[in-house]
Design a protein around this ligand. Structure first.
Ligand code: NAP
Length: 260
């Protein structure tokens, strides 16, 4: 038996409605632009409404379909409200890129502040639980969908410089795999990506707190450089697309070989 191959050239995400958190800059903004170019109607979420509106206008000017839904990932009600906004706008949800996160004040376990631990828990972990649950509920109305969570290379091993960040990203890996297994019978695929160093404001903030860290990261990457945000977004686009139809529960490195 041979697979039936459709040779019509289409965008990777044509006709899909995709919700993206952390879309005001960095990897999320690159993803919003890329997913729209690949044919998705995108809904961009973050706290900075002005930045979201700017990117929405750009995408629309290029002929894409985009809207903004402001949210604070620390606030569960605002996450649910943003997913409800997607339903009001489009009546469905096919893909979700749960990508927003905050970086902690770099420093060892002993001196990580309670405030940092609480923020890392709420923004980098709990938010994904809340978001995935709301997203999956909406996806079920139309027979399923795909979710991609942005974890980090920093989740894979001991993380002496960003201990709370690393712990919450590892916890995110756990619920990513659990959600994949739980929701597979409902047609919902759930995957994670673990980027390595990527040239965004998050890395700039780390460099400001720890001068020299960018040079150190670059030296640790076999491909010899950090990723550009759009290179990370490409992997999320594929995982969200039907071309990844047999991939679920995977944590895909996008790190230039740094984790190898
Ligand atoms: N850059 C790297 O080297 C790297 C490496 C590994 C993993 N990652 C991961 O990649 C993802 C994207 O990071 P990035 O590098 O693109 O960082 P970034 O440029 O700092 O962007 C972070 C995004 O998250 C949003 N965000 C932060 N706190 C939020 C909150 N409380 N509520 C709502 N939105 C919030 C920000 O929007 P507002 O401030 O407008 O709310 C922004 O859109 C994150 O999950 C990060 O952990 C990055």
């Amino acid at each position: 038996m041979t697979d039936n191959i459709d040779t019509t050239p289409i965008g990777l995400l044509t006709d899909k409605v995709v919700f993206i958190t952390g879309a005001s800059r960095g990897i999320g903004a690159a993803a919003a632009r890329l997913f729209a170019r690949e044919g998705a109607a995108v809904v961009l979420a973050a706290r900075s409404s002005d930045a979201l509106d700017r990117i929405v206008s750009e995408i629309r000017a290029d002929g894409g379909v985009a809207d903004a839904a402001a949210l604070d990932l620390a606030d569960r009600a605002s996450i649910r409200a943003a997913v409800n906004r997607v339903e009001e706008l489009h009546g469905r949800l096919d893909g979700a890129f749960n990508n927003g996160a905050a970086v902690q004040q770099p420093g060892p376990l002993d001196t990580t502040s309670d405030d940092d631990i609480d923020e890392q828990f709420a923004v980098n972990f709990r938010s994904h639980w809340t978001a995935m649950t709301a997203e999956a509920a909406l996806m079920r109305h139309n027979g399923g969908g795909a979710i991609v969570n942005t974890s980090s290379i920093g989740s894979r091993r001991a993380n002496p410089a960003l201990p709370a960040y690393g712990a919450m990203k590892r916890a995110l890996n756990s619920i990513t795999e659990t959600a994949a297994v739980t929701w597979a019978p409902q047609g919902i695929r759930v995957n994670g990506i673990t980027p390595g160093g990527t040239a965004t404001e998050m890395i700039d903030a780390w460099e400001a707190a720890t001068p020299g860290v960018i040079e150190h990261i670059n030296a640790s990457i076999p491909l010899g450089r950090m990723a550009e945000p759009h290179e990370v977004a490409e992997v999320a686009a594929w995982l969200l697309s039907d071309r990844a139809s047999m991939v679920t529960g995977a944590l895909v490195p996008v790190d230039g070989g740094a984790g190898a």
